[in-house]
Design a binder for this molecule. Structure first.
Ligand code: 5RP
Length: 228
């Protein structure tokens, strides 16, 4: 599948998911190229259909895009609940376990997700896998002592790589932390790995989203479909 085909599937999934947002809702808006299509469509609905809803965003990038369409964005601590969150994912398996954080927004994404009544992911069909882990697992790490955390990951055989930007500087998250990508190839016991990562001092959060999502909308060449 080339990029144009993949983008067409992402767009179709985003447009389909935008139908889930209704007047008066508080909606979590994820991050990434698939979510960009979702927000474009929500912007269209606000402009052309008079849709009115409040958004809570998972990154400054999504906030900027949403506000450019006149979508009202509030701080997560200014709402008492989130009706639904729609986000992308890097991989998802048949048990609805997934990897997120390809766009370095995993921490805010997980905080928004755990405070949402319903979580929907939008992906193209290439993201649906038998076993997660081929996509490098992002881990958000505090800069102080990060080299020691990376060394610890190396000793455990996690094949860590500090994520760098185009200038060779460490990528910074919206919380100013680093991202370390674990090149594991396959994750046979995601729950055990999640437990190990979250108990490592210096780790803020990891990109394993286990059994959190309620619905996955998959962009296929014959139209967007729910996963199972
Ligand atoms: C950002 C994420 C994204 O949702 C994930 O990387 C998918 O991105 P895209 O839709 O661009 O493929 O987790 O941190």
């Amino acid at each position: 599948m080339d990029k144009a085909q993949q983008d067409a599937l992402k767009k179709a999934a985003g447009i389909e998911a935008a139908k889930l947002i209704e007047n008066g809702m508080i909606a979590g808006l994820g991050t990434g190229s698939t979510v960009r299509f979702l927000v474009d469509e929500l912007g269209r609905r606000v402009r052309e259909e008079g849709l009115e809803f409040t958004g809570v965003t998972t990154s400054r990038r999504t906030q900027e895009q949403a506000e450019s369409y006149g979508i009202k964005i509030v701080d997560i601590d200014d709402v008492d609940h989130i009706d639904i969150t729609i986000d992308g994912a890097d991989e998802v398996d048949a048990n609805f376990n997934g990897i997120k954080g390809g766009g370095a927004a995993l921490l805010w994404e997980k905080i928004v997700a755990v405070n949402s009544d319903k979580i929907v992911w939008i992906v193209d069909e290439s993201k649906v896998v038998d076993v997660i882990g081929k996509f490098p697992l992002p881990v958000e790490v505090i800069p102080f002592g990060a080299a020691h955390v990376i060394e610890r990951f190396e000793k455990r055989g996690y094949k860590p790589v500090l994520r760098l930007d185009a200038e060779g500087k460490p990528v910074r998250t919206d919380e100013n932390n680093y991202v370390v990508d674990l090149h594991l190839e396959r994750i046979d016991d995601p729950a055990e790995l999640a437990e190990d990562l979250i108990n490592t001092v210096g780790v803020v959060e990891h990109g394993l989203f286990l059994n959190m999502v309620d619905e996955v909308i998959v962009g296929n060449p014959d139209g967007p479909k729910k996963l199972f």
